[in-house]
Design a binder for this molecule. Structure first.
Ligand code: BG6
Length: 485
């Protein structure tokens, strides 16, 4: 692993505390960080190196999957951390930062490999990238990389604008756009599921598959993020990024040599084949919902419009269900149903691949379609559901399950996988610009239709599976959402 400086903008923030420090620590414990490794944290708060290190330690105690109970190890880890106060718009702070980065590079023998991680609000992506460039921080003798969090743009136009701006300071292959769903262990295993199983690979077409269902249900509401969420909604917050990335990962046929370039190329091909919906027709294939009051996990919860910070007349979407079609030889005729929402009955993220049913016969009573069930979270498993006939003359069919892969307990989290990949220069599980742009192209007419109120907003009771129109979307095609109990 190459010696590296990890420059973290937003070092005092929530994401750093919950995800980034624990990810770095677990990589360190597993021997997956470079020997010579320097972390420079940046924030507006007046922290010192010592108070920064103390904060990192606290975050590990609370959030790390491996507890930091080896004092020697912890001490070695924290030694890498330095802090510098930075006001994002102040040039002299970048000069100070450059001095610190160079001093640490000299001390540790790091040959100018710099990873800039922007764990900050999207409005800061552009100025930070520009200042990295103008301050000389981006003039490296080794490599430089930019890791950014979502959201990447607010719509198609702003996403294009942002990309253009970032590309003035970083090449596309230097930009790592995090979509933490791509770091989830089961999503990363979809690759080997196909590669290791010719049976599954052979079945992965419209000849055998009836439909694909991608669900990300959440029980939480808007939480403390009213300001962000009320002008974002489920479509931008989850659908444009995580859900469409899952669709790509489910729909690609992976070559045996699945290099990052090949995966990227295949994902782009899927997105190019996605049928765009005209603004006027959005209501035929998209369901928009918003939660009303109800009961979640046994507790009464308020309606979205009664949440603190939300306008009482807000028409923001907290639920989306959609039917998407991919117009290529592999998938023509197979609906991909996607849904995601807040304040639903259970937390579950899964992909269900429903296989076509043979013609119903009198002898096939009780048989259900074969399913490949990919549980992404909180349960992690891949199961094939088949039918077995019970012995005896009157026995009917019943479903049986073959567990293909269950994740080992305490396996690396999404951020650990992704930060490790970014340090190694492997961009396979990041969102590339083509995918992001094509995702916004699909989403834009839907945003427009919402803005012009061409799609009804269905209120659904909190603690359910969303508005009944979401069930009707599948029922029209003769299907139903699996596992809504
Ligand atoms: C984030 C969204 O990207 O993903 C949140 O901004 C959402 O609104 C979260 O709650 C869900 O992630 P996970 O990993 O809990 O499914």
């Amino acid at each position: 692993m190459e010696p590296t400086t990890f420059v973290l903008f937003g070092a005092t923030g929530d994401l750093a505390k919950r995800k980034i420090y624990p990810a770095l620590y677990n990589l360190f414990v597993r021997g997956k960080l470079p020997e010579a490794f320097s972390v420079v944290g940046l924030g507006r708060r007046e922290w010192t190196d010592e108070s920064f290190q103390a904060n990192v330690e606290q975050s590990l105690e609370r959030f790390s999957r491996t507890k930091p109970d080896d004092a020697g190890l912890l001490h070695r880890f924290l030694q890498a951390f330095r802090y510098s106060v930075l006001d994002i718009g102040r040039e002299e702070d970048y000069r100070k930062l450059l001095d610190l980065v160079q001093r640490r590079e000299d001390e540790l023998g790091i040959p100018g490999n710099r990873l800039f991680y922007l764990s900050v609000g999207p409005e800061f992506f552009e100025p930070i990238a520009a200042n990295i460039q103008s301050s000389g921080l981006g003039d490296v003798s080794g490599w430089k990389r930019l890791v950014i969090e979502k959201p990447f743009g607010h719509d198609l136009r702003s996403a294009r604008h942002l990309n253009e701006k970032l590309s003035q300071s970083f090449e596309e292959d230097e930009i790592y756009r995090i979509d933490h769903y791509l770091g989830k262990p089961v999503v990363q295993r979809l690759e080997s599921l196909q590669q290791g199983n010719p049976v599954i690979q052979a079945l992965w077409t419209n000849r055998y598959i009836a439909n694909v269902q991608i669900t990300a249900n959440e029980t939480v509401g808007v939480e403390e993020r009213a300001g962000y969420y009320d002008h974002t909604g489920a479509l931008r917050d989850m659908f444009q990024n995580h859900m469409l990335q899952l669709l790509m990962m489910a729909a690609i046929h992976l070559p045996y040599d699945s290099s990052s370039e090949k995966v990227r190329f295949k994902k782009k091909r899927v997105m190019e084949a996605l049928e765009l919906v005209q603004k006027e027709d959005v209501s035929l294939s998209v369901v928009r919902g918003q939660y009303a009051e109800g009961t979640v996990d046994g507790k009464p919860v308020a309606a979205y419009t009664s949440e603190p910070g939300i306008a009482p007349d807000s028409t923001n979407d907290t639920f989306i269900a959609a039917r998407l079609m991919i117009d290529n030889n592999d998938w023509r005729g197979v609906p991909f149903y996607i849904r995601t929402g807040k304040r639903l009955k259970e937390k579950s993220t899964r992909i269900v691949v429903e296989f076509k049913e043979p013609v119903k016969q009198s002898w096939s009573d009780g048989a259900t379609p074969n399913l490949l069930v990919i549980e992404i979270g909180p349960n992690e498993s891949i199961t094939l559901q088949l039918n077995e006939k019970e012995p005896g003359p009157n026995g009917g069919f019943k479903p049986v399950h073959i567990d293909l892969q269950a994740s080992p307990a305490n396996s690396p989290e999404a951020y650990e996988n992704l930060i490790g990949d970014a340090l190694n220069g492997d961009s396979t599980f990041f969102a590339h610009w083509d995918e992001v742009e094509l995702s916004w192209e699909w989403v834009q007419p839907v945003l427009d239709a919402f803005a012009e109120n061409l799609v009804p907003l269905h209120r659904y009771e909190a603690g359910t599976f969303g508005p009944s129109e979401s069930d009707a979307l599948l029922a029209k095609d003769g299907y139903r959402w699996w596992f809504d109990k």
